[in-house]
Write a protein that binds this ligand. Structure first.
Ligand code: NAP
Length: 520
């Protein structure tokens, strides 16, 4: 939506295609119960509309999906965004035609058109992953995926519900579904390390303080590694522990655990940089689970083992563990044996057969590359993007790929994207692309694309800065690494160097006359 808004200022003619029936992207599709943001709402908002900043009143620290979708709809109306969008339309094929220096774009409605520039705003977590399970097509009950939740909602009352997956989506959905379902069975392959979300309503006093400080907040966001200001971090409870965990005695660690709960464990100076310190924090995490879960077998099943805190995307929860103390909730620990098959009425595992009326997949996404690879994209000489990326994504700055001129990716692989507040990352990319197109238009430049050399160096740099972090620990398997999709190359896809440094790099590239790009 912001790209459309900016492109209009350049006087370009625009066609946007959207698979959904309306705006909102991730907040349009992910309508599952409990869905909400895990970044404070005052930060997870557009900065380009200063009047809107003053007019909009976020109700909670971390807004619900419903509230964010209302916000997205409001922006669409306020800036008359919808008139350039063809809804219910998927782009299925794109081919660069070098006789016209344009892309031939084809949709699933049989429409085709030429575009001189293409901007892919296809999202990082937009291609749902529904893993094939033997017998899954036989199931006669209701089946849902958290990432494509029906608009009309789902009534769980009086039903036996199964849910597969305990990532961010599962952790948010489980406590809410448990409240209405007759029974909830959770099929968990890997237990998570969660942090309490500390969500709560926002006061008028706080909102007014934020509104008076937006200029500073936006500046702090741009200068911070993850696109979040100290205002946002202040909104969630901070219980920092000052020292290294390895320097404390076991008694001192237990005392800190009693004081801070799960929240303190990530804040030790060494936990996210030293694997042995991390393992001490993991032990404490497991101790805490034992304390808060009533049933010892369930507690054992919820204890994460074998991978460090900080390897996967941090999961924030509201009442997640409390759900496991309810009589109508059963945990099935798939580490003891996976799902064998799905029948017409049940899920069968080593630990028994579970009869179900509803099966919910909270099994995540083919992240970062899935939505782009789903389109048959062919660059210069007919080169397919899927061939170029066969060993993992390759792009310069996560914005453009060599061999694919005038094609831009917003928050593409190799950019901070999912390691940043997404709104900050999106605005930075949109502004960069707008400025770039303005430059091309005013200088009468037909095409821009990165050189292979610049692309190779950037990909090496992205890999290099990822090394030594918990994200790439040998025991880590996350969607950041593509490890959640069978056969996907194990590559750390986002740029972990921080959005502040990344922004400076992008600005330096422009200042050096688009260094690393070929302009023709
Ligand atoms: P996810 O983090 O990839 O979690 C998927 C879950 O499904 C994992 O527990 C995974 O187990 C399990 N799973 C996958 N295939 C399975 C199989 N064949 N059998 C059993 N279990 C299986 O996906 P997500 O929860 O949708 O979250 C993805 C990302 O979206 C998040 O990390 C976050 O960035 C974003 N998100 C954000 C929010 C928010 O803002 N609050 C909410 C939801 C999502 P394994 O761990 O063993 O693979």
């Amino acid at each position: 939506m912001y790209m459309i808004h900016q492109l209009r200022k350049l006087g370009l003619s625009i066609r946007a295609f959207e698979a959904g029936s309306d705006v909102g992207g991730t907040w349009y599709w992910n309508r599952y119960p409990g869905a909400r943001c895990d970044v404070p709402s005052i930060e997870y908002s557009f900065s380009f509309d200063k009047e809107l900043e003053q007019e909009w009143n976020w109700s909670e620290v971390m807004a619900s999906q419903e509230e964010i979708l209302v916000y997205a709809n409001h922006i669409a109306e306020r800036h008359d965004i919808r008139r350039d969008i063809a809804f219910n339309t998927r782009v299925i094929r794109m081919e660069f035609d070098d006789t016209r220096d344009s892309w031939l774009v084809e949709t699933d409605h049989g429409e085709s058109l030429y575009a001189h520039y293409c901007v892919m705003a296809t999202g990082c977590l937009s291609m749902p992953n529904k893993p094939p399970i033997a017998g899954d097509k036989d199931f006669r009950g209701e089946v849902y995926h958290t990432g494509t939740w029906p608009k009309e909602g789902v009534d769980f009352v009086g039903k036996k519900v199964g849910i597969i997956g305990t990532g961010s989506s599962g952790v948010q959905a489980i406590p809410v579904i448990a409240e209405s379902a007759e029974e909830l069975v959770i099929f968990q392959r890997t237990p998570v390390y969660t942090l309490p979300a500390f969500n709560r309503p926002l006061s008028d006093k706080y909102r007014n303080e934020v509104k008076a400080s937006y200029a500073d907040i936006r500046k702090m966001q741009r200068e911070s590694p993850v696109g979040i200001s100290s205002f946002g971090t202040r909104a969630v409870a901070q219980v920092p522990v000052p020292q290294k965990i390895v320097d404390l005695t076991p008694e001192e660690r237990q005392a800190e655990l009693a004081r801070t709960g799960f929240s303190g464990l990530r804040t030790y100076a060494d936990v996210l940089s030293d694997l042995s310190a991390n393992e001490i924090a993991c032990d404490l995490y497991r101790d805490k689970i034992e304390e808060i879960i009533d049933n010892p077998e369930t507690a054992e099943g919820l204890k994460p083992h074998g991978y460090p805190i900080g390897c996967k995307r941090q999961v924030f929860d509201s009442n997640y563990y409390a759900a496991f103390n309810r009589d109508n909730v059963t945990l099935v620990d798939l580490r003891k044996g996976g799902i064998e098959r799905i029948t017409a009425t049940s899920v069968q595992t080593d630990q028994g057969q579970f009869d179900l009326d509803v099966l919910v997949y909270a099994t995540g996404f083919d992240a970062m590359t899935g939505a782009l690879k789903r389109i048959d994209i062919r660059g210069r000489g007919g080169q397919r993007l899927t061939d170029k990326w066969v060993d993992g994504p390759r792009a310069y700055l996560g914005i453009q790929m060599a061999g694919f001129p005038n094609l831009f990716t917003i928050t593409g692989p190799g950019s901070p994207s999912v390691l940043s507040n997404m709104l900050v990352a999106i605005e930075q990319h949109v502004d960069w692309i707008r400025d770039c197109l303005e430059h091309l238009e005013t200088e009468h430049i037909d095409t821009i694309e990165p050189t292979e050399d610049a692309e190779n160096k950037w990909v090496d740099h992205v890999n290099e800065v990822g090394q030594g972090t918990m994200f790439t620990a040998p025991t880590c398997n996350s969607w950041y690494l593509g490890a959640n999709i069978v056969g996907k190359p194990r590559i750390f896809m986002p740029y972990v160097g921080g959005i502040h440094r990344y922004r400076a790099k992008c600005e330096a590239v422009v200042a050096n006359n688009y260094e690393g790009f070929r302009l023709e």
